[in-house]
Design a protein around this ligand. Structure first.
Ligand code: SF4
Length: 331
């Protein structure tokens, strides 16, 4: 458990993505800055999963798209195998993108309904000029097999498959270029509950076989706990708590994490006391000063309104951005 980790496959350093918008969405409104992602850092090693959680609009998907180079950084750096990710559209970016693929939430929307799934799975090979037609077909059949589909699925159309089978096709298409990182953005939320566990087990098997790294985004905290080696909780574009999932879910240190964890259903007679947060998250165009969570935090004190808490190390190895978090190490 304490063995030194390999060098990161992906290292994100202080990622920032701001948008210049008109206040209130009005055509002639005053200009303002929307802070979608505001200083996010993490490292992800091969064979490991980083779970990203938080309410809608907290910056999870924007972070994922920044990692893939699908959005331009306002500031910060992304390194892949130690190499700074170059600008989107360059030959080197296309080459690095082969090792980083995305799995989307809705498999039906991710697939072309008019094209047989075999052709869709082969398509990335054709785009990158890899192999001839016969070899592409062989590879596509092999990868379909590895995600639990059979040869007869090759000529089927997406609407002829179940939701779980479609998500397997999406996975096959993501895997055909032998990536090392899969960014999974709510990969199971569009599936029936009975199918979700099958797809998660498939992701775990593929990780064990291929040493894949996953950036796993989900609202389903129980699923995130099950698949992740590390979890980062985001609030208004920043990570507020990050660390070992067992520690973080058993004894969340940040009041926001405490509220999220308290909402996870538990199978005990007495259940768990739910912490209900006041109101909705603030507009990311008007992030509150000091701790951005202070407008909803039941523990807020005067210092919280004036001073932004840094993400600091706890004695147990977690990092937490809260003035009142217990067990701060000398960071
Ligand atoms: Fe709550 Fe203050 Fe901690 Fe922010 S810094 S989470 S407002 S106690």
């Amino acid at each position: 458990m304490n063995a030194p980790l390999d060098a990161p496959l992906v290292q994100a350093e202080n990622l920032v993505r701001h948008y210049r918008v008109r206040r209130g969405g009005r055509l002639f409104g005053e200009h303002a800055t929307l802070r979608a992602v505001d200083g996010v850092s993490f490292a992800l090693q091969a064979g490991r999963t980083l779970g990203l959680v938080g309410e809608s609009g907290c910056g999870k998907t924007t972070t994922a798209r920044l990692v893939l180079g699908l959005l331009t950084l306002t500031a910060g750096t992304i390194r892949v195998d130690g190499e700074i990710l170059p600008g989107a559209g360059t030959a080197r970016w296309r080459s690095l993108r082969q090792v980083m693929q995305m799995v989307f939430q809705d498999p039906l929307a991710a697939l072309d309904r008019r094209v047989a799934v075999g052709r869709q799975v082969m398509e990335p090979l054709a785009i990158h000029g890899i192999a001839n037609a016969g070899e592409r077909r062989e590879r596509a059949l092999a990868i379909l097999h590895s995600v639990g589909l059979q040869a007869h699925h090759f000529d089927r159309y997406p609407h002829e498959l179940s939701g779980g089978q479609r998500q397997r096709v999406v996975l096959a298409r993501a895997l055909i270029l032998s990536p090392r990182l899969l960014v999974c953005d709510e990969p199971i939320s569009a599936l029936d509950v009975s199918i979700q566990a099958q797809v998660v087990n498939l992701l775990l098997d593929l990780q064990a076989e291929r040493g894949l790294a996953y950036l796993f985004i989900s609202h389903d905290l129980r699923m995130v706990r099950q698949v992740s080696h590390e979890v980062a909780v985001m609030y208004l574009g920043r990570i507020v708590e990050q660390g070992d999932p067992d520690l973080l879910f058993a004894a969340p240190a940040h009041p926001y994490t405490q509220a999220l964890v308290s909402a996870i259903p538990v199978a005990t007679e007495r259940g768990r006391k739910r912490l209900i947060l006041k109101g909705d998250p603030p507009n990311p165009v008007s992030v509150p000063p000091g701790c951005a969570f202070h407008t909803r935090c039941p523990m807020a004190v005067a210092r919280c309104r004036a001073e932004t808490p840094a993400l600091r190390l706890l004695d147990d190895g977690r990092r937490v951005a809260c003035h009142l978090a217990p067990g701060m190490a000398d960071a």
